[in-house]
Design a protein around this ligand. Structure first.
Ligand code: BES
Ligand code: ZN
Length: 624
């Protein structure tokens, strides 16, 4: 951040000086210097899209969504055009209308394509224009869509499609002002081939053999519009919760996530009502590039969290927590991403504490602490700042442990400094105050100062906001969770590694997934002989727990433990979750022999990966 920016940010934080307003902003309102989104061409301060109605046909043969989008805008007053974000859309025609019945042709230009941002679509309006209808289709390469062949699904008979809009992929299938600060409501009619079902992050209004209608009545950021189509069945797990999945996956998924209702009750008890009606979960095929995605009313999730023992359901606690931190109160720009993920990671852990107990919650915190430390070691200092500068970069480059881990430790520090009752009450008011708004870091800090810090000046003196939010690294004041159970495991790991304790003699009968993870992660580098001893005692190469397997495979690569190679290869060819595959390819690329294997595996695996994962693994292995 430039010094000027920092001073401006702090003057808003200080609250004492409200910056002079400029342009058309109302005089009383503080101008937030950071509200401008460098990742969107849209200028919602001039002409603003209020809602979108999609009518799209899902064409599996050509891998296209084809149809139209009607955008309802603040009626045009002056000469300002409407500017939309697009990336790789084929625009057929554009029409405008004042009242929504009679449309006339509109003039438009599609600008040059920026590799990260795509191309601005500039549409000339007439005085009084309120409706803009864009006829278009997406391309097979749309970065926000993955089209799966039947073989890539659990059932192997039907194709599958899913979207992933965060961070800036909505524009690859919807012409829209693709900024988290430009909230919209949406409706959609989705036309699907016979036998397939569509689901969206919205209320289901109607469905027949040919199409389904959806509506999201709350204003949401465009990165939360979501669509999936496949051989999907539904099973209720509670009065307002349920699971969508392919038929063969559904029973075990519904069992694994049967606590969803308890999770909602836990957050409602802390921070106020769940405001989205239903909360359902969609289990995607294994190529889904993330663990989970908090699409409103319908979290998208990887099947790799179904461990059989609920040990990885923290992911659902996380995505559910976004119904408050993220979907209700949203980061205004990708610089402010830590407002979404830091608060959510904190709340995720509070849910785990209520539903699965304090020991479980502390173990998860302690594992988070280690991964944050490791992440900080590998990142340039400027990328360890919460209010990170992402200008000219893909916003996904900001998706590190910093917004998650460092961000949550900031909230945890507030909790430990001011006490739980105070911080719980503060957060509840924060969510209420900013409900259905997108806010910047400066706005959050101004509210924090007014509603918490200024009321408790002596305690507030202990929190160095400047350091936490605008400077690199982890401040000394970061609260470090210690788990007694994990410490015991760490001792066993060290004694085993030192050769003084045979694997078979370690008392593992009562270990949870988190303890197994600590056992492996806490180990110094081991050679292949040691890994063989572990594998014989605990059968890691055959484990059905994806987190444990991922950790094990990384160790196997480093130790060149050949018996794990076939499982490594099949895992990389089946699973596309970036959290797993990126570290594995990175480890392989460290030796010449590993590089040969990485390239051979990637050549076969790449076509099955999501475009987002392809782009990120291309950077590690190279494009085959
Ligand atoms: N919103 C994120 C996923 C995301 C972030 C997608 C940035 C695209 C860009 C989601 O809530 C998330 O954090 N998922 C995590 C799981 C969670 C338990 C930490 C993931 O996918 O690994
Ligand atoms: Zn998240």
């Amino acid at each position: 951040m430039s010094d000027i920016n920092r001073r401006q940010a702090l003057s808003v934080v200080g609250g004492a000086v409200l910056l002079a307003s400029c342009g058309s902003a109302p005089k009383e309102a503080p101008v937030d210097p950071d509200a401008h989104d460098v990742h969107s061409y849209g200028q919602p301060d001039k002409v603003r899209v209020q809602s979108v109605a999609l009518d799209l046909e899902v064409l599996f043969e050509t891998r296209k969504l084809k149809g139209n989008a009607i955008l309802v805008i603040d009626a045009a007053k002056g000469d300002d055009p409407l500017i939309l974000d697009t990336r790789d859309l084929d625009i057929d025609s554009i029409e405008i209308s004042a009242e929504g019945d009679d449309y006339g042709p509109a003039k438009y230009t599609l600008g040059t394509r920026d590799p990260i941002l795509g191309a601005p679509l500039t549409i000339t309006l007439e005085p009084g224009t309120k409706f803009v209808r864009v006829y278009y289709s997406s391309r097979p390469t749309a970065s926000g869509l993955q089209w799966l062949m039947p073989e890539q699904t659990a059932g192997k008979k039907q194709p599958f499609l899913f979207s992933q809009n965060q961070s800036i992929h909505a524009r690859s299938w919807i012409p829209i002002q693709d900024s988290p600060g430009a909230r919209i409501t949406y409706k959609a009619r989705i036309r699907v081939p016979k036998g397939l079902r569509s689901v969206m992050s919205a209320e289901h209004q109607f469905a027949n053999e040919e199409y389904a209608d959806f509506e999201m009545k709350n204003p949401i950021p465009p990165y939360l519009i979501a669509l999936a189509v496949g051989d999907l069945k539904f099973q209720a797990v509670g009065p307002r919760t349920g699971v969508y999945a392919e038929p063969s996956v559904l029973p075990k998924a519904a069992k694994e996530f049967e606590d969803m209702e308890k999770m909602i009750a836990a957050v409602e008890g802390l921070y106020g009502p769940y405001r989205w009606g239903r909360y359902d979960l969609l289990i995607l095929p294994p190529s889904f590039p993330f663990g989970g995605m908090e699409n409103p009313m319908l979290t998208f999730a990887t099947p790799t969290v179904i461990a059989g023992d609920k040990s990885l359901v923290g992911l659902v606690s996380h995505e559910l927590a976004h119904s408050w931190s993220g979907n209700l109160v949203t980061n205004a720009t990708w610089r402010d991403f830590w407002l979404n993920e830091g608060f959510t990671t904190y709340i995720e852990n509070r849910i785990q504490e209520v539903v699965y107990g304090p020991e479980q919650a502390v173990m998860e915190q302690a594992l988070g602490w280690r991964s944050l430390q490791d992440e900080i070691k590998g990142l340039p200092a400027s990328d360890t700042i919460l209010h990170i500068d992402l200008k000219g970069r893909d916003p996904e480059e900001g998706t590190t442990d910093i917004p998650y881990g460092k961000g949550s430790l900031f909230v945890r520090l507030l909790e430990q400094t001011f006490g739980r009752p105070t911080i719980d009450d503060y957060l509840k008011r924060y969510f209420d105050h900013f409900a259905f708004q997108s806010i910047t870091t400066a706005t959050m800090l101004a509210y924090l100062k007014k509603e918490l810090l200024d009321k408790n000046p002596q305690l507030a003196a202990k929190i160095d906001l400047q350091k936490w939010v605008y400077e690199p690294g982890l401040p000394e004041s970061a609260p470090h969770a210690v788990s007694a159970r994990l410490e015991d495991v760490a001792k066993d790991a060290k004694t085993f590694a030192a050769g003084s304790l045979p694997a078979r003699e370690i008392q593992t009968a009562k270990w949870s997934t988190q303890e197994w993870l600590e056992f492996l992660e806490g180990m110094p580098p081991l050679d292949a002989k040691k890994l063989a001893e572990l594998d014989q005692a605990f059968h890691f190469t055959k484990t059905g727990n994806s987190e444990v397997l991922d950790q094990w495979l990384e160790m196997a690569i480093k130790a060149e433990y050949a018996p794990a190679y076939p499982r490594l290869e099949s895992f990389l060819k089946e699973v596309g979750r970036q959290k797993f595959i990126r570290p594995l390819y990175t480890a392989l690329m460290k030796t010449p022999a590993g590089q040969v294997r990485a390239k051979a595996i990637y050549k076969v695996a790449r076509p099955g990966y999501h475009p987002i994962a392809q782009t990120s693994v291309d950077k590690i292995v190279g494009k085959p």
